[in-house]
Design a protein around this ligand. Structure first.
Ligand code: 5GP
Length: 198
């Protein structure tokens, strides 16, 4: 199905706290060719989040139904009891609008997409310069409890094993510099012609 529609995908992935969401937002502001792929999730909306804009907020039963009906390109239980998944309908919408889909998804989900879609895709893994710096950032963000910081650091350690599967691994030391490098990668990818199906 994906191959027949033949559009482009950009994946931004990396551990929680690496800065990937800020980078994804910067790309969307900068390149009108991109469109954000709105994921489905079972987590509760945060203040200010809008259904259909930030996520499609589903309950557990609705999410399971979406899995059974093959409506998800990939899905992961990113945190215990909290599922996130990429909707095939979003890809269709974006490609019908002749745009490039931008995914901001977790590392394991990104790995699944990267290994199942062979062409017209670029994958960028954003990492913090070190686990100590990642810890500092999570503490400064102020949204995490000590327990959840530990969980995220354990997960980040595991996620480092996956870096070899992605096209680019960028250490986000200075945000401005990282945004420039990733912007250049994305610009080249936008200009690249579509590779045709065999
Ligand atoms: P948050 O709850 O902070 O918005 O997102 C938590 C994590 O889930 C982030 O790493 C985010 O990139 C990831 N995520 C968001 N959407 C998807 C998705 O569709 N699939 C997967 N695998 N991860 C997602």
């Amino acid at each position: 199905m994906i191959d027949k529609l033949n559009g482009k995908i950009i994946i931004i992935t990396g551990p929680s706290g690496s800065g990937k969401t800020t980078i994804a937002k910067n790309l969307l502001e900068r390149f009108k060719e991109l469109s954000f792929s709105v994921s489905a999730t079972t987590r509760a909306p945060r203040e200010g989040e809008i259904n259909g804009v930030n996520y499609f907020f589903l309950d557990q039963a609705q999410f399971q139904k979406a899995i059974q009906k093959h409506e998800l390109l990939e899905y992961q239980e990113v945190y215990t009891g909290q599922f996130y998944g990429t909707l095939v309908s979003e890809l269709k919408r974006i490609w019908t609008e002749n745009k490039i889909a931008l995914f901001d998804i977790d590392v394991k989900g990104a790995y699944v997409v990267k290994t199942s879609v062979e062409k017209n895709i670029v994958s960028i893994y954003v990492k913090a310069p070190s686990l100590d710096i990642l810890k500092q950032r999570l503490v400064l963000r102020g949204t995490e409890t000590p327990g959840s910081i530990k969980k995220r650091l354990d997960k980040a350690t595991e996620e480092l094993e996956y870096t070899k599967h992605f096209d680019y691994v960028i250490s986000n030391d200075k945000l401005e510099f990282t945004e420039k490098i990733i912007g250049d990668i994305v610009e080249d990818f936008i200009l690249e012609p579509l590779k045709k199906s065999k």
